[in-house]
Ligand binder design. Structure first.
Ligand code: ADP
Ligand code: MG
Ligand code: MG
Length: 370
């Protein structure tokens, strides 16, 4: 609307493009932020030069903390990439500062805007089309962890507290189950029992973290395929983007979440459970890519935590869907009343299959790190 387009214009002026840019248009297929492509005049005609984003403050209520994390990490990445002999202008995002020298601009409504360099000659895929892309995605997220291996993790802001605290996620479920405010427990006894039986599992990685057995790493926390830009020429993973959820966390979390959605044969809300399977060959491919990038930086304990990460991130996700179902669908967007229950069922189906194949999953990790 009018107010919004005025904010967009204010943002363009704040970053110094107000008078010089040719035009601006909505860009990309993100679901969280509002993303715009900024075109600048050049000798070859108008050129996509910058990406301007309005950060979603419903999701991120500490935008300053988010911006701070991204600035620290991307500046550190530039140095790491230079050391590797890479090109920091293409292999990491970096902030374009405002005319006042700030990392972001706050408009009249208090909404935060930031601006990145556009990564030229890159492609972004919404879905895995060829298995090679899944391997590349694993390698890229692994490489990202490795490049940030010496980053001072303690200096990161925990912008979404307890994001992957599986013990607290379990406790939230248990409370929703006991209160049963929507009288829905009767319609999902089996699913509730499924979670209740796995209370001990929920503590496995958290306890190792608390005892200092597993180190905190810089984790990305949104390791989807469309958060990687691929090199248009070589088809290789080029640049990790969408850094809003960077936080201290376990390597097994990022790894596990990628397996959760990437090694499943069906959509997250598939109603026909006969179609939902954990594909161990896709898992193998991801392990290979991830360990090709990280096997000399992950500790022995971290390597062994990876299969648990896959199980627990999937259990956590299903538990969150089920909790939301019990509470009346207040968090996840739903298209019909049982939507969250359907989603929970797909996740629990995957967990069951992972549990059956757990020895095989561990064996695959061992094969690739020896
Ligand atoms: P969201 O959190 O909404 O997913 P993203 O930061 O992932 O936002 O941006 C949405 C899309 O915009 C990306 O999937 C990608 O296609 C495109 N994009 C974002 N930043 C850049 C960039 N610097 N260079 C090229 N494409 C980008
Ligand atoms: Mg994204
Ligand atoms: Mg995002």
């Amino acid at each position: 609307d009018g107010a919004d387009s005025r904010m967009l214009e204010d943002a363009l002026y704040a970053f110094g493009f107000g008078l010089t840019c040719s035009y601006v248009k909505p860009f990309g297929a993100g679901h969280i932020n509002e993303t715009y492509a900024v075109y600048m005049p050049s000798e070859q005609g108008d050129e996509l030069s910058y990406v301007l984003q309005r950060v979603n403050t419903n999701v991120f209520n500490d935008p300053a903390g988010v911006m701070d994390n991204i600035f620290g990490v991307t500046e550190f990445m530039r140095t790491a990439i230079r050391k590797e002999g890479g090109n920091p202008d293409r292999e990491t995002l970096s902030y374009i500062k405002t005319k006042n020298g700030r990392n972001y601009f706050e408009d009249e409504k208090g909404q935060p805007w930031r601006c990145y360099n556009y990564i030229p000659d890159s492609v972004c895929y919404q879905e895995v089309e060829r298995p090679e892309q899944f391997y590349q995605s694993a390698y890229s997220f692994g490489h990202f962890l490795k490049q940030l291996g010496n980053y001072p993790v303690d200096s990161l802001n925990e912008t979404i507290p307890d994001f992957h605290n599986t013990v607290k996620r379990f406790a939230a479920f248990e409370q929703a189950y006991q209160r049963d405010i929507q009288n829905r427990v009767d319609s999902c006894r089996d699913e509730c029992d499924f979670v209740l039986k796995r209370k001990a599992d929920c503590g496995i990685l958290i306890q190792q973290q608390e005892r200092g057995v597993l180190p905190l790493r810089v984790t990305h926390n949104d390791t989807k395929l469309n958060n990687i830009l691929f090199d248009a020429e070589t088809g290789k993973g080029l640049c990790i983007i969408d850094l809003d959820t960077i936080m201290p966390g376990l390597a097994a979390n990022d790894f596990g979440d990628s397996i959760r959605f990437g090694a499943s044969t069906a959509a997250e809300d598939e109603k026909n459970l006969d179609l939902v399977h954990f594909d161990i060959e896709l898992y193998r491919l991801y392990v290979k890519g991830y360990l090709d990038a990280t096997k000399d930086v992950l500790t022995q304990e971290e390597l062994e935590s990876l299969p648990w990460g896959a199980r627990l991130m999937t259990l956590e996700c299903g538990t969150r869907f089920l909790t939301d179902y019990l509470q009346g669908d207040t968090y996840f967007k739903t298209a019909y009343p049982e939507h969250n229950l359907v989603r929970a069922r797909t996740q629990f189906r995957l967990v069951e299959e992972m549990e059956k194949e757990f020895e095989g999953m561990k064996q695959i990790v061992r094969e690739y790190f020896i």
